[in-house]
Design a protein around this ligand. Structure first.
Ligand code: NAD
Length: 328
């Protein structure tokens, strides 16, 4: 699929709901900045907010959203609000409560899309003890990671119930590899509407994108800028590549379109009909990133960026624990 020019700013999900091609990512947005950032993004025209329980800023994101609604800037139904079920809430009996907690924090009645954040089930942590729970069971950075024996089909059944209850319009998956998606398609009563994965010129994932398309699952790319957001987290992988912003292939294309490197990297994905959700805290960059949609890259440009793919993955929980090597 190719989206050209400014003809389309959103795609239709299998449910018929619209899903914007550019949204705002909320990972690592500090609580103190989150409400103003969300408000500013809505004012600039963003209509997709990509949140998650794990980002620890849903209350503040909701404040920004609800300020914009109260001021008449937008209506709730104009915005695609996304949240994600954290790994410690996979057991069927915890899914609804986890979703309701995120809804309450955002101050909304329903989510447009609710993802299972990762196909990783961790031992339940009572939100009264710690929220968001994070990775280790005791909450310390070096603490033990305790798996829970909750198979994915049970989690998915509980996700389907959220749709039945009207809490969620679409259910979705993230960080899932092909074989597991194919298996999910065998038993899902309500199919996943979106697949959110790491995707950028160094990790283009063409086969995964084709598989998702074949199952009518829309793809959202995270970490579109590659290494930038993984400095300090996956430094040994970051050291293996050059910044996409200075890479000569990207820089030359940017120059020829009088665009920025960031816009070219985003447009490379959005022109393929893949949603991008760059995170930024500055108003200038928010604007710049949203405007990727007005670029029209040539086939030659697209092929040149496709050729940068080296299968380089920054987000791999195998680094936390070998039992989490999902892409092995
Ligand atoms: P990203 O690729 O959006 O990079 C963010 C960084 O790029 C920020 O540090 C920002 O300062 C910088 N930046 C933004 N715009 C720029 C511009 N125009 N020029 C130069 N620098 C710019 O990385 P990300 O935050 O990892 O991914 C985006 C979003 O995807 C997240 O915020 C989150 O919502 C989502 N995400 C999901 C998962 C998942 O497991 N599902 C994992 C990671 C991220």
């Amino acid at each position: 699929m190719t989206v050209s020019g400014t003809s389309s700013r959103s795609v239709k999900l299998a449910s018929g709901d619209e899903y914007p091609l550019t949204g705002l990512g909320l990972w690592k947005v500090p609580q103190a900045e989150c409400a103003d950032l969300v408000y500013a993004s809505l004012k600039l025209g963003y209509r997709l907010l990509d949140g998650a329980a794990d980002y620890d800023n849903e209350i503040q994101a909701g404040e920004g959203l609800n300020r914009a609604i109260q001021e008449g800037l937008i209506k709730r139904e104009d915005v695609t609000i996304v949240s994600k079920l954290w790994n410690t809430f996979h057991a069927a009996e915890h899914v609804e409560a986890a979703c309701r907690r995120s809804l309450k924090d955002w101050g909304v009645e329903y989510f447009d899309v609710y993802y299972v954040h990762m196909p990783i089930s961790l031992k339940y942590v009572d939100p009264k003890v710690r929220y968001p729970p994070g990775w280790s069971y005791d909450g310390t950075p070096t603490g033990n990671l305790v798996l829970e024996d909750s198979p994915f089909h049970k989690t998915w059944e509980a996700m389907e119930k959220l749709v039945d209850l009207g809490l969620v319009k679409n259910i979705a998956i993230s960080n899932m590899a092909g074989a597991m998606i194919a298996d999910l398609m065998r038993y899902a009563r309500i199919k996943p509407a979106v697949l959110q994965v790491e995707l950028h010129p160094y990790l283009a994932q063409p086969n995964l994108v084709r598989l998702a398309r074949a199952f009518n699952i829309h793809v959202t790319a995270y970490s579109s800028f590659g290494p930038v957001s993984w400095v300090g987290i996956s430094d040994s992988v970051v050291a293996k590549c050059e910044s996409l912003f200075t890479h000569s292939v990207i820089a030359n294309i940017a120059r020829s379109h009088q665009a920025t490197a960031a816009q070219v990297v985003l447009r490379w994905a959005s022109q393929k009909g893949i949603t991008v959700i760059p995170k930024s805290s500055s108003e200038g960059r928010l604007k710049e990133n949203l405007q990727n949609e007005s670029l029209d890259l040539s086939e030659h440009d697209m092929d040149a960026i496709d050729a940068l793919d080296i299968g380089l993955r920054f987000a791999d929980p195998a680094g936390i624990d070998p039992r989490l090597a999902m892409y092995a």
